[in-house]
Design a protein around this ligand. Structure first.
Ligand SMILES: [Zn+2]
Length: 231
């Protein structure tokens, strides 16, 4: 069972005012009052609901002025001083903590959700890539490692990134055109593709390669084929 209630708390404060003591004419007082706040199990969950100034006491002659004898004009002011944020700030702490935890949990769970969806996106991309190599289509572009493909023309192994393009698909074999340019870095291929150079006929050698469809998936898995692009 939840124990919920309202608690009263005494508050004291010193203030100076343009109000003057009737006995000695001083204008510095200490004020005393009560404010109440909502709580669950004694933990404050809300701000002071009602504020009562009980009395004020002159700091120089100890003359006590009861609340009812303080004029409305001053009472409001005294109440603001006595029950202002400086005197009651700790009543807000539990709520502030709860809010912080709440915001923290929301932020973390949001980040977790994004992370999942990026994993999901990766999975979707991978399964799409697999579907491209298992059911090849004309004009598909494969970015490949020419060394692993064994069509590297030069002696220098470090130039290995190129493109092969599906020219024709038979029942079990795919005919590929092989790019003339072979690059040291993948960015070379990417740059060509950005400006659509790879779509031009003279980008490819006259000699074609023939690869079994059943081989393509394995070549994708062992990274001979790095990625497939389909329009
Ligand atoms: Zn006085």
């Amino acid at each position: 069972m939840i124990y919920f209630g309202i608690q009263t708390m005494p508050v004291k404060g010193v203030f100076s005012s343009n109000m003057t003591c009737a006995e000695c004419g001083a204008s510095e007082f200490s004020a005393f009052g009560y404010c109440s706040f909502s709580h669950i199990y004694g933990i404050p969950i809300g701000v002071n609901k009602s504020k009562v100034v009980k009395n004020i006491e002159c700091l120089s002659c100890a003359n006590i002025i009861m609340d009812k004898d303080i004029s409305c004009e001053y009472r409001e002011n005294i109440s603001n001083i006595l029950f202002g944020f400086r005197k009651t700030w700790f009543l807000y702490i539990p709520m502030a903590l709860i809010l912080s935890v709440f915001l923290f949990v929301i932020t973390i769970s949001g980040a977790e959700k994004n992370k999942l969806s990026s994993e999901e996106r990766q999975q979707i991309y991978e399964s799409q890539q697999i579907s491209y190599v298992t059911t090849p289509k004309e004009k598909d572009i494969y970015v490949v490692d020419m060394n692993k493909l064994n069509v590297s023309s030069g002696d220098d192994d470090s130039y290995k990134y190129g493109v092969i393009r599906v020219v024709k698909v038979d029942s079990d074999t795919v005919e590929f055109a092989i790019s003339v340019p072979v690059y040291k870095y993948l960015s070379g291929v990417n740059d060509d593709m950005k400006i659509k150079r790879h779509l031009k006929r003279h980008y490819y050698l006259r000699e074609h390669a023939f690869i079994k469809i059943s081989e393509l998936k394995r070549m994708k898995e062992n990274k001979t084929i790095l990625r497939v692009e389909r329009e």
